[in-house]
Design a protein. Structure first.
Length: 129
């Protein structure tokens, strides 16, 4: 399923002028700019919080598991289901307690992911023995 933001992303990365994008999506040029800035901010956050590294690590594990005849499609769907900025805005309330309750009920909240290289993993195991 292609969302407007996915389509906007494809058009922007294809260097389509904002005026053309706005017309195709039926929104204003200003809205194109706002959505693009939000997409860029989300991508930067994904890099910073380790989401991209987590997806890379998961892909490696899924490929290895697939060689054994298994599938991790269900988990891939969960990992790929990222809360959009708009959805997050809807969860945030002026009441801090309500915001926390909304987040706990509607999101899986994890700590940032820091990948570990194979070399580091071997080093940790040998040092602990």
């Amino acid at each position: 399923m292609i969302t407007d933001d996915n389509y906007l992303f494809k058009l922007k990365t294809a260097k389509t002028p904002d005026v053309v994008i706005a017309k195709k999506l039926g929104i204003s040029v200003e809205e194109v700019g706002k959505r693009w800035n939000r997409i860029v901010a989300d991508l930067k956050a994904s890099e910073h919080n380790g989401y991209n590294a987590l997806c890379d690590q998961f892909t490696i594990m899924a490929n290895q598991y697939q060689l054994l005849g298994g599938s991790l499609k269900v988990m891939a769907k969960v990992i790929g289901s990222v809360v959009t900025s708009k959805e997050l805005e809807d969860l945030v309330s002026l009441d801090r307690a309500q915001t926390l309750e909304n987040l706990r009920k509607n999101c899986i909240i994890l700590r940032c992911f820091t990948p570990i290289s194979s070399e580091e993993a071997v080093k940790q195991v040998t040092e602990s023995n």
